[in-house]
Write a protein that binds this ligand. Sequence first.
Ligand SMILES: Cc1ncc(COP(=O)(O)O)c(C=O)c1O
Length: 461
Amino acid sequence: MTFDLARLLQERRGDRMALHTRLMNPQLARVLTTLGFDREYVRGEGCYLYDADGQRYLDLLSGFGVFALGRSHPVLKQALHDAIDADLPNMVQIDCALLPGLLAEALVARAHPGIERVVFCNSGTEAVEAAIKFARRATGRSRIVYCDHAFHGLSTGSLSLNGGADFRAGFGPLLPGTSAVPFGDIGALRRALSAKDVAAFVVEPIQGKGVHLAPEEYWQEAAELCRATGTLLVADEVQTGMGRTGQFFAYEHYGIAPDIITVSKALSGGYVPVGAMLCSDRVLRRVHSSIDRAMVHSSTFSRNQLAMVAGLATLQVFDDEDIVDRARRTGVAFEKALAPLVERHPLLHEVRGKGLMIGLVFGPPPAGPARRRFRAVEAIRTGLFSQLIVVPLFHRHRILTQVAADNVNVVKLLPPLVAGEDEVRAFVDALDDVLQSAMDGGLVMEVGRTVARSTLRRRAG
Ligand SMILES: Cc1ncc(COP(=O)(O)O)c(C=O)c1O
């Protein structure tokens, strides 16, 4: 019997939750069923997902930001089909293939002039691991400074730079010589770097967990402090890069020139795992300093040709469809359309972010029954209120969003960068409706019913 994908999917379609529960992470399956998010998606196109019943969902999560070009972009699909059909001599390993060189060239061309070299890898966390290693070797120092609330991935080195206790708990001891400073606090950074023994300050231009921004003036000072103390400035652009914030790299908003940049997520348009660490010639030459050290840092799949083709095709579409400026314009449209909701709904305290990385910050109204209800929900679990937004956005309006971090009332939007006016309107109308119900008190019951129904379904199943 030959492999028949369509038949396999058809024959086994009823098994997906059971397989995850039995063989993979059962708690993920449990959360999804409890909240009623366990839809069977069968197709994705542009900004939308489609389930087995033909229902359409607006995807404002875009696979945690990988589908910058939307799902199933025809140019990417064609490029990957072409690459497979060409029987390319993939991963010979003992060679210098053309495609990785071309993608390196295209990435360097988009960075500032101090960035001259590219190291490919397979994910965001590996790009950060590379940054840690290269910064240590280049400076001869071992200490790394990171920020409270930071997220740089979950492999052991990146986890050592994680600013949230929950992620770290039970996995220690992590990398020695790492320490956190409050994000945006220049005095704390000055103190942390003052002994001139820190290899790198690793920082997200906008923090993904909670969508936190530092004051504009922080960045120039932070860059100057790094320069003065011989610390390499690492901009982790895994989430903020590739146009997400309305500039190709988010550090461009602040006029700084990091020594190392990490990218991943949208680089392959969502099709093939890929990551890259970009650095100066000087940094790279400290690692690959002699012929004996040609292989001291690499990974088997890192320059695989499907990832490289997807990366090149993605960057071509970025140019052809003016993706970065589109993200900026749609970001402004979101900002304008959401501003009246902040005025009208006392539960929506703030909208923050840049471009299409948007945080909606919720909090208690100043007085009245809605304030009491908010406090009652938060007494059960800090940050629970944001689920009262995310769950009905999904069930009533079929819009997929996410809570921005544990224990905070921030809902994060990471729409595909090809989203436009229709998607802005659909989301803003839906949020308006959900917030109205939150003020009226209907939401707690509605979400309670969803959870109860799902729990009963799970027990019966
Ligand atoms: C800023 C940042 N760095 C690193 C990572 C880790 O990337 P990956 O999940 O591909 O390992 C993420 C993932 O969300 C991220 O947002």
